[in-house]
Design a protein around this ligand. Structure first.
Ligand code: PGA
Length: 261
C-alpha cells in the first residue's frame, strides 16, 4: 500500500479530492464510494470547491454508501443516507437518483443486504472507495474479528464505536443504534481503488497496526494490505506511530508529481 503523510486534514482532503477529480475526468460516470464520520468532510468540501470552480465536471458521478445504522426512522438526520445527501450529494449538485445505499429501515435486513450487494455489482462495482478508520481499526462498520472475506451484512457495534459516535447523537451513547448494515471487508476489497484517510492522534495506533502490523481480523483495516491499489493518507498526528514514516515520506517525494494517488 502507498502511505502519504500530509501536514493536516485539509491537505489530506485536497489530495484525495484531486484523485477523485482525476478519476471523474477519465471516467465521468465513475462510482465513488463515500464514508461518513468527521474525517472525510475536508474531502467533500475540496471536491465541491473543484466542481464549483469548473475544475471537474461531477454531473455524471455516481455515489454509494459504505454503511448505515439499522432502525433509525427514514429521514433521521444522523442516518448515513441523510449525512451523505447533506455532505456529498447536495453540495455536488447531484440528483438523489445518482446515489445508492443499503436500506437500514428495511423489515428484512438480510434481504436488504443482499439487494445492496446486487446493486453494487449491477452498477459495475466501485471505482474509488473512500474509507475512514475507527479507533478500534474498523473500516465501514466491520468491527474487530469481522471475517476478512465478509459481504454486506448486519453487524453489532462495539461499545467503543458507539461511544466514539455519541457526539452525533447529542453526546448520549444510549441514542446510538446497536446495529448497522455494512459492506463486508470482501465487498470493500472489490473496489478498484481504496483510499483510507485518518487524521488526529487518536487514530495513530490503529493506523500503525493497519500499515505495519500483521494482517489480522482483529484490525479489519489491515485487509488493505491485500489490495492491489490501496492508499493510506494520514496527517502527521495519525502518522506518529509509524516506524517507516521517513521511508513513506521519501517514497512519496520521489514519485512523479503527475502520477496522482
Ligand atoms: P471518524 O469515524 O471519521 O468520525 O473518526 C471514522 C470511522 O468510524 O470509520
Amino acid at each position: 500500500m502507498e502511505v502519504v503523510i500530509v501536514p493536516d486534514a485539509d491537505a489530506g482532503g485536497e489530495i484525495i479530492a484531486e484523485a477523485m477529480a482525476g478519476l471523474l475526468r477519465r471516467k465521468p460516470e465513475a462510482l465513488l464510494g463515500v464514508a461518513t464520520g468527521s474525517t472525510p468532510l475536508p474531502v467533500y468540501r475540496a471536491l465541491a470547491a473543484k466542481a464549483a470552480a469548473g475544475d471537474v465536471d461531477v454531473s455524471r458521478a455516481r455515489i454509494c454508501q459504505l454503511d448505515e445504522y439499522v432502525g433509525l426512522p427514514a429521514g433521521h438526520p444522523e442516518s448515513y443516507r441523510s449525512v451523505v445527501l447533506r455532505e456529498v450529494v447536495e453540495p455536488l449538485g447531484l440528483d438523489e437518483a445518482s446515489f445508492m445505499g443499503p436500506d437500514g429501515s428495511a423489515g428484512d435486513v438480510p434481504a436488504a443486504c443482499a439487494r445492496y450487494e446486487r446493486e453494487l455489482a449491477e452498477a459495475g462495482g466501485v471505482d474509488l472507495q473512500l474509507l475512514g478508520i475507527g479507533t478500534d481499526g474498523h473500516i465501514g462498520f466491520n468491527e474487530p474479528c469481522s471475517s476478512l472475506a465478509s459481504r454486506t451484512r448486519i453487524k453489532t457495534l462495539t461499545r467503543q464505536t458507539r461511544a466514539d459516535n455519541a457526539r452525533f447523537f447529542g453526546g448520549d451513547i444510549d441514542q446510538v443504534p446497536h446495529h448497522v448494515i455494512t459492506q463486508g471487508i470482501g465487498t470493500i476489497l472489490e473496489a478498484r481503488h481504496l483510499v483510507l484517510l485518518a487524521t488526529g492522534e487518536n487514530k495513530a495506533e490503529a493506523v500503525a497496526q493497519t500499515v505495519e502490523g500483521p494482517l489480522s481480523a482483529m484490525v479489519p483495516a489491515s485487509a488493505l494490505q491485500t489490495h492491489p491499489h490501496a492508499t493510506v493518507v494520514v496527517d502527521e498526528a495519525a502518522a506518529s506511530g509509524l516506524k517507516l514514516a521517513d521511508y513513506f515520506r521519501a517514497t512519496y517525494e520521489a514519485k512523479p508529481h503527475w502520477q496522482g494517488l
